[in-house]
Design a protein around this ligand. Structure first.
Ligand code: HSE
Length: 437
């Protein structure tokens, strides 16, 4: 049997501890599959004394993850520290430069430094695997990088944040408050250390930027992503969406348009009958549309220790199975140096349907004024519905509009106009509608 693969793990939080546990509990099975043993020879974390419910007594302890990364005791460096810079970045760079393979679950790191790190990995002839960085346990990186050669992707979109999907699902199913659902997601270990990363869309944006690069062959451009989170989604939106045959999901969408690539993260109305609308709770889903394949939808567990550990262990096993001297697949599906500059499409040119919820003073002419603003901006309406706003607001009404395909610029101008008319008694709510089957 070949020599054991020596694995060094930096970061022993929820995911790190799960990886150690899976490698230990599945040791015999993994050895059979890989033709060699996978041994955790070294670990590093902040607190040596903490009980993590896993046995690390046989692994060499490093206080400094960067020292572990460059250590001659390991073949693979597994980075589970998190953070786009600092120890995570320095240790991954050190490991690659020392000719070690790297496995990381760190989407923020890849979103910022992925291309530069890929260039080092490719120059050194080592693997930089990151399946766990996007959509948890779903093998979307391998699918896009290795199984879709020849396909031209036109759009990739998905539910990429388990915490947000969990919150939206529970808000809809149980009428619970946003805060109560977020606390529960944190308790279950789905949320990031700073949950604003989840709810304001940063986590989804990081993941989307990686998928965009795989889809369109461009250099990662996370800074160019239009982003809105879910913190201003209310029960009123969820109820109105349901009445109109939609469900609200936080989507990351990357799409080729005539003027460039659109990358956007925002709450989105998807038809209740669509497959992606049936993706509930912490489950993630990624839809990939291509010229040859048509539409592919992958779904599965997107957050939590086990889901992430499954992807990390899969990446380690791939390294164990790789043979020295064989060319590795490029990190982002094409040689990193050949990734094209990113050409950004402006958000104001985005074309699609829109849901607009307006809380208005109940007086004569308001409906007509709204309709006039829409017409002035050449917005064609699919439906316009008026509701009583609620028991406490006898002098207010809710008006809900659904538009046919129009542009972001037209909607922004029309809503600005309605606001200037002085008929609104609350902030307008605008939610984009996404085509999905
Ligand atoms: N906080 C992330 C989520 C974990 O909720 O999906 C995986 O990136």
């Amino acid at each position: 049997m070949a020599e054991a693969l020596r694995v060094g793990i930096a970061g022993l939080g929820t995911v790190g501890a799960s990886v150690v546990r899976v490698l230990s509990e599945k040791s015999a099975e993994l050895t059979r599959q890989c033709g060699r043993e996978l041994v955790v020879t070294a670990v590093s974390a902040r607190d040596r004394a903490r009980d993590r419910g896993v046995d690390i007594s046989r692994s060499r302890w490093f206080d400094d993850p960067i020292e572990l990364a460059g250590s001659a005791d390991i073949d693979v460096f597994v980075e589970l520290l998190g953070g786009e810079d600092g120890a995570a970045h320095e240790s991954v760079k050190a490991a690659l430069e020392a000719g070690r393979h790297v496995v990381t679950a760190n989407k923020a790191l890849l979103a910022k430094h992925g291309v530069a790190l890929a260039e080092i990995a490719e120059e050194k002839g080592v693997l930089l695997n990151y399946e766990a960085a996007v959509a948890g346990g779903i093998p979307v990186i391998k699918t896009m990088r290795e199984a879709m050669a020849g396909n031209s992707v036109t759009r990739v979109f998905g539910i990429l944040n388990g915490t947000c999907n969990y919150i939206l699902t529970r808000m809809e199913a149980e009428g619970l408050s946003f805060d109560a659902c977020l606390r529960e997601a944190q308790r279950l270990g789905y949320a990031e250390a700073d949950p604003t990363f989840d709810i304001e869309g940063h986590d989804t944006a990081h993941k989307l930027s990686i998928l965009t690069s795989l889809a369109f062959g461009n250099r990662i451009a996370a800074d160019s992503i239009y982003m809105e989170g879910i913190s201003n989604i209310s029960q009123a939106d969820i109820r109105a969406a349901g009445e109109l045959g939609y469900r609200i999901k936080l989507l990351g969408v990357a799409q080729k348009t005539e003027s460039g690539i659109e990358q956007r993260v925002h709450p989105t109305m998807v038809p209740t009958s669509s497959v992606i609308a049936q993706v509930h709770g912490v489950t993630n889903a990624v839809a990939i549309e291509t010229d040859i394949l048509g539409e592919l939808l992958l779904s599965g567990p997107g957050a939590g220790g086990n889901a992430t550990a499954s992807a990390v262990v899969g990446d380690i096993a791939d390294i164990a199975k790789s043979r020295p001297g064989f060319q590795h697949a490029p990190v982002f599906g094409r040689p990193a140096r050949e990734l094209r500059p990113y050409k950004k499409a402006q958000m104001r040119s985005h074309a699609g349907g829109y849901f607009i919820r307006l809380t208005v003073h109940d007086r004569i002419g308001v409906f007509a004024a709204i309709a006039r603003r829409m017409a002035d901006n050449e917005i064609s309406l699919e439906s316009i519905v008026q509701h009583a706003a609620g028991p406490d607001a006898a002098d207010q009404k809710t008006v809900i509009l659904v538009t046919h395909e129009t542009t972001e610029a037209a909607v922004r101008k029309a809503v600005e106009g309605v606001t200037q008319d002085g008929h609104l008694s609350d902030k307008p709510q605008v939610i984009r509608i996404e085509r999905a089957e």
